[in-house]
Design a protein. Structure first.
Length: 606
DNA sequence: GCCGTTTTCGGCCCGACTGTTTTCAGTCG
């Protein structure tokens, strides 16, 4: 989207707020325009605008709110100059400086940048050569021109590139509506299938999933796989012969990319065994972590790559190879950095000081406090599928000490207060009975209680007092604004039996955005009243994200990592919640379900 | 245009792959 279009929108819709994605696109287009104008002259502006764009796209707070709170400068990569441009953008709907950068570049260039393999130079050349001016039709225009065989006649283009352009446009049009980012667990499954295929080759020594998958980012774009071998060519061939390949995108000496069914891209990189450590490091990323790490190394006169480390000034110097990541980081004077932290948010500085936190681990978890059993509670939402006994058995196999049974509250509209009391009393008796013997691990009597639109809980105090404690969460009316939603939640948290705020942002990946909250207020309230925020491990919730977790950890607000399971086998999703917690720099002591049964009982009674 | 373990000035990661080229430009991660 370009400046002009933005202006039209903001005039037409007085309340039209530019979302971070739109702003990131706009800054990306500024970088592209600079590239077209003069790549060498503006090379550092290009890098700066790209960096700012990706920073804004990944920000969990809307730019308009950051401006209101005067916190725009806290975003990495946004300095005084871009900050002023963004203020102008939000205020006036356009930016004078951007208009200057865009001058002479047709609007029709920018839609083409969405298509893989078409960059600014190529897009500009095509648009100019064929005088294409309409940004709405430009993609189909190019397609028709390619079909007429006119692109191959252009200097710098040939038959192959013409064919490639047709192909990527077709794929783009086909996948435009579906190829969204995968949820982490879904991507894991695809990666697992490919790794299984790779292990069938006798030439593969080691094979691992890296990239955002290894960093455990909640959504994954491409899947990255690394392998070690003595015979790269055989391994690359084996890779491109994967049975579910839709198309081979690239096939080189040490790397290859394929599209698998569903349109997901898988990248493979290869190194010999003795350089596998530096390959792990390189291919795990993130990109910004690697760039920062390489700048850091450069200052010590070292140059890093997937091949290893070499000394910069000495042209004769041999590259030093690494079979493990540990040694790689060590030679830079750094502690090994857990992949979940490699997002360039201060981890390199802390590693240099030897002050990285010891992160919570799956083995630290002593129970799951948000499990829905099939106890006949006549709930407002889904009932679980497994019995309490099955869930307790499963918990025991995992090595837990306790389970929190947190079914949805009995539906408000269908039950009188005394009926509700009766149901919960029955459940309480059932749990007392389960706890009385030695057969099972311990159970907590909990409920997941809705917070209605006005912040009221649909069950009264008498019922609440039957519980060990309550989780409260939002399942309706997601459209409230930031202030209304914050007040609604604060009100819902007020009862002394409430100890956990469930899936706090309400997001459903690829389905529903999170609602915005005043986190400052929520966190302060939780700290004062000893309420834990839930880290929900449900595959398409993965809620809350790492940035909020980190804020909570900084403010000493406790967290609970739960699976929200509706069947016993789903309790295995705990590992995804753990990953989120790690990404938020959480330690064992930050997580209440690392406490023993007694410690936890004491915590929620205090 | 951003940023700070040597810096408020002077740096800015490193490499693979492809197509169209006879040594490189463009794109990507």
């Amino acid at each position: 989207m370009r400046g002009k279009l933005v202006l039209i929108f903001s005039v037409r819709y007085t309340h039209f707020a530019m979302l971070n994605k739109d702003i990131a696109d706009l800054l990306g287009n500024v970088a592209a325009a600079y590239t077209i104008k003069d790549e060498n002259k503006f090379r550092f502006q290009i890098i700066a605008y790209q960096k700012a764009a990706s920073s804004i796209e990944n920000s969990s707070t809307q730019i308009s709110n950051l401006i209101k709170e005067n916190k725009l400068g806290t975003l990495p990569g946004v300095g005084p100059s871009i900050r002023e441009h963004l203020k102008e953008l939000v205020k006036k709907g356009k930016v004078r400086h951007f208009e200057w950068v865009f001058k002479g570049i047709p609007d029709s260039v920018f839609p083409l940048l969405k298509i893989p393999s078409l960059g600014p130079k190529t897009a500009y050349k095509l648009v100019k050569s064929f005088n294409l001016k309409n940004p709405v039709t430009v993609i189909t225009d190019i397609k028709l021109i390619a079909m007429e065989g006119k692109i191959s006649k252009l200097a710098g283009f040939g038959e192959k590139s013409e064919k490639d352009i047709l192909q990527v446009i077709n794929e783009y049009e086909k996948g435009k509506n579906k190829a969204k980012r995968m949820t982490l667990p879904f991507a894991f499954q695809i990666a697992e299938n490919i790794i299984t295929h790779m292990r069938k080759s006798k030439d593969v020594i080691r094979v691992e999933a890296l990239g955002s998958l290894r960093r455990m980012v909640p959504t994954v774009g491409d899947i990255d796989i690394a392998a070690s071998t003595k015979h790269p060519r055989n391994v690359i061939n084996h890779f491109t012969n994967y049975p579910y390949v839709e198309r081979v995108l690239e096939k080189g000496d040490v790397s290859s990319s394929i599209l698998v069914s569903g349109g997901h891209q898988v990248d493979l990189m290869i190194q010999p065994e003795n350089s596998f450590g530096s390959l792990l490091q390189h291919f795990t990323g993130s990109k910004s972590h690697n760039i920062h790490l390489r700048e850091y190394a450069l200052k010590k006169g070292l140059s890093l790559s997937e091949y290893g480390i070499k000394k910069v000034p000495d042209k004769e110097s041999q590259i030093k190879k690494y079979d493990s990541e540990d040694k790689f980081y060590k030679d830079l004077g750094l502690a090994w950095i857990p992949p979940e932290l490699r997002e360039d948010t201060g981890e390199i500085e802390q590693a240099a000081k030897g002050k990285l936190p010891i992160l919570v681990d799956l083995n630290d978890i002593k129970g799951d406090l948000h499990v829905h059993s099939n106890f006949p509670i006549e709930p407002s939402h889904d009932l679980g599928k497994s019995s309490m006994e099955e869930i307790l058995e499963k918990g025991k196999t995992i090595g837990y000490e306790y389970i929190g049974f947190a079914e949805h509250n009995p539906s408000f509209s269908k039950h009188s207060s005394s009926e509700m009391y009766k149901i919960i009393e029955n459940k309480r008796k059932k749990i007392e009975q389960l706890n009385s013997g030695k057969k099972y691990i311990r159970s907590f009597n909990l409920l997941e209680v809705d917070i209605n639109t006005r912040g009221v809980l649909p069950i009264d105090d008498r019922v609440l007092n039957l519980l060990d404690f309550a989780i409260v969460s939002i399942h309706t009316s997601f459209g409230l604004n930031k202030k209304e939603m914050t007040n609604r939640i604060l009100k819902g948290l007020f009862h002394k039996k409430v100890k956990i705020l469930g899936h706090p942002t309400g997001r459903m990946i690829n389905e529903r955005d999170e609602y915005e909250l005043d986190w400052e207020k929520i966190l302060n309230f939780c700290y004062k009243n000893k309420i834990a925020l839930e880290i929900n491990s449900w595959p398409n919730r993965l809620d809350i994200d790492d940035l909020i977790i980190r804020k909570a950890v900084d403010k000493n607000v406790k967290l609970a990592i739960n699976t929200d399971s509706h069947a016993a086998y789903q309790m295995a999703n705990m590992k995804f919640g753990i990953a989120l917690a790690k990404r938020g720099w959480a330690k064992k002591s930050d997580i209440i379900n690392t406490f023993s049964y007694n410690e936890l009982s004491e915590w929620f009674n205090s």
